[in-house]
Design a protein around this ligand. Structure first.
Ligand code: DHE
Length: 513
């Protein structure tokens, strides 16, 4: 009875403590690293939008015990559990006003880390610059640059907190661009192995795309609702587009992609039934109305009306996760209900709906030729299948059973095999290898029993497949892609995505772009 009463009293006391002391507790213990405005500093932003992937109970734990392999030290010796709960409640409370993060703030955040004139003309290393991998290690927020011939790390550096989305390269493969969920974009030189520049494009960012001519970087933001366009040479902001549909309804931006044949960026919008196309090429002619924005006056800049105009494509639902055919003539988007639509990008309308059950992960889709047909394959976040679709008539030709729902799928032009994981299922440690000629599973491997295996990328020649053991004490496991035998294992801290320069700059049909 006594303990029940004590529990009840503690519960009743919490809101009172929260109201009175949350701001002071935050200022005393968190603001130095995470910013007085909670927008981030040395530590990540502490806003509900940025904390979506952390449960409140875990936040209390982190406050009291710290976070392994980061600068976040536990404060259990300074704070009671009650105070940690108050702080957790505070950081999950939305800010009263969406913070302004426009051209001025973006420009002010930009830092040049290595002056362009001091960058070398040739690589300072002996590795083939077109067969390098950029490997993101989520465990301790690092990036490893890996020699893809000898499988030796060339460099390993600290990244911003929580990089997400694919690494993107300049068309010549010299520079890699990386984005963090907190909006930081880094340009890194693969010749000198040095960071070039960094800028904060948003407060909560989804991903970035680099234009196929290498001139621009575009960033998709959840907070604020904007698309930021940067000059790829020095990451200075060129334009910030506020995202609203024709009726003025504001929208988060789910993702942005580059469509090289169309010389345009294509954006997926989270809250409105539109897909946006933003041409960047000089000759692009699109029926367009220009959204509000500004132009930086720069020598040689094109006039406002012709630079980054906007084409709105109205679609039948909110489309969130995109896959493009190799010609970028069609995009296939998944709606929240898991239905997929084929949008003809030239006509600007939906032409077909595809019967894909569960929740297809189209962003991880790949294309391959099989028996004279061009097929696409997509893993499924909710069902234990890989769906195969004929790209001529958009009919599902096969559902291949896997040990569990998967997140990533990879192939390569020089390999007949596609590899997928089961990381969304209960048993997460398998990789399933599918023969793209017969559409049958040829092997299921378990690289590290009991440990999550996910995300594959092939070497430039397609001879080796690199798999992540997605654990704090994880590995990068290199397989012979023909025999499926392990060749080498490199210890890494929760390696997630890995991106081969050649495959990316050549838009390999077996990988993401
Ligand atoms: Fe991702 C890419 C969206 C959760 C790891 N993820 C992408 C892309 C999008 C996306 C739109 C394509 C960006 C690009 O190519 O630049 N991801 C989403 C989500 O909406 C989702 C489900 C929820 C969210 O919180 O954002 C989500 N993603 C995750 C994870 O939980 C993963 C597994 C771990 C993490 O980093 O948070 C994860 N996403 C990745 C990776 C890529 C990615 C490794 C790049 C894949 C590639 O090979 O290109």
């Amino acid at each position: 009875m006594k303990s029940l009463l004590a529990g009840l009293l503690a519960l009743l006391a919490l809101p009172a403590l929260a109201d009175a002391d949350a701001g002071k507790l935050y200022a005393d213990h968190c603001a130095d690293c995470h910013g007085f405005d909670r927008l981030g500093g040395v530590g990540p932003a502490l806003l509900p939008e940025n904390l979506g992937r952390l449960k409140p109970a875990e936040a209390v734990q982190v406050i009291l015990e710290g976070r392994v392999a980061t600068q976040m030290l536990g404060m259990g010796d300074k704070l009671s559990r009650g105070e940690a709960e108050v702080l957790a409640k505070h950081i999950y409370t939305p800010l009263a006003r969406i913070p302004v993060w426009g051209e001025t703030e973006i420009a002010a955040s930009r830092v040049t880390l290595t002056p362009p004139e001091s960058l070398p003309a040739k690589p300072v290393h002996q590795a083939n610059p077109l067969n390098l991998f950029t490997v993101v290690e989520l465990g301790d927020h690092h990036v490893t640059i890996l020699d893809g011939d000898r499988f030796l790390p060339l460099n390993r550096f600290q990244s911003r907190f929580a990089l997400h989305g694919g690494a993107k390269y300049s068309p010549d493969g010299r520079f890699v661009y990386l984005a963090s969920r907190d909006g930081w974009v880094l340009k890194y030189d693969l010749y000198s192995l040095k960071p070039v520049a960094e800028v904060r494009v948003g407060i909560n960012t989804r991903n970035i795309a680099v234009s196929s001519d290498g001139r621009y970087v575009a960033a998709a933001n959840y907070l604020p609702h904007t698309i930021t366009l940067l000059d790829a040479s020095d990451l200075s902001p060129l334009k910030v587009i506020e995202v609203k549909d024709e009726n003025g309804t504001s929208s988060r931006v789910s993702a942005i992609y580059t469509a090289p044949p169309r010389q345009a960026f294509i954006a997926a919008l989270k809250d409105v039934k539109e897909v946006w196309e933003i041409p960047y090429g000089d000759t692009a002619k699109v029926s367009a109305g220009l959204v509000h924005g500004y132009e930086k006056s720069k020598a040689g800049a094109r006039p406002v009306q012709s630079r980054f105009p906007l084409r709105r494509i109205v679609v039948d639902g909110i489309l969130d996760d995109f896959f493009f055919d190799p010609a970028y003539a069609h995009l296939i988007g998944a709606s929240r209900e898991g239905k997929a639509q084929v949008v003809d990008l030239l006509a600007g309308r939906t032409i077909k709906s595809i019967e894909l059950s569960g929740m297809p992960h189209l962003g991880s889709g790949i294309v391959f030729q099989s028996e004279g047909r061009q097929l696409m394959a997509t893993p499924n976040l909710k069902e234990s299948i890989v769906s195969i679709v004929d790209m001529k008539n958009w009919e599902v030709v096969k559902r291949i059973a896997t040990p569990g729902p998967g997140f990533f799928l990879r192939g390569h032009e020089n390999s007949p095999y596609a590899w997928t994981d089961a990381m969304m299922g209960k048993v997460k440690d398998t990789m399933t290898i599918i023969d793209t000629r017969t559409l049958e599973v040829v092997r299921t491997i378990t690289p590290s029993p009991g440990k999550t295996a996910a995300h594959v990328e092939f070497t430039r020649d397609g001879k080796y497949a690199l798999v992540s053991i997605w654990e704090m004490d994880g590995d990068l496991v290199i397989y012979d892609a023909a025999t499926f035998l392990e060749v080498k294992r490199l210890p890494m801290k929760k390696p997630s995505g890995k991106y081969n320069v050649w495959n990316k700059i050549n838009y390999s049909s077996g990988t993401s772009h």
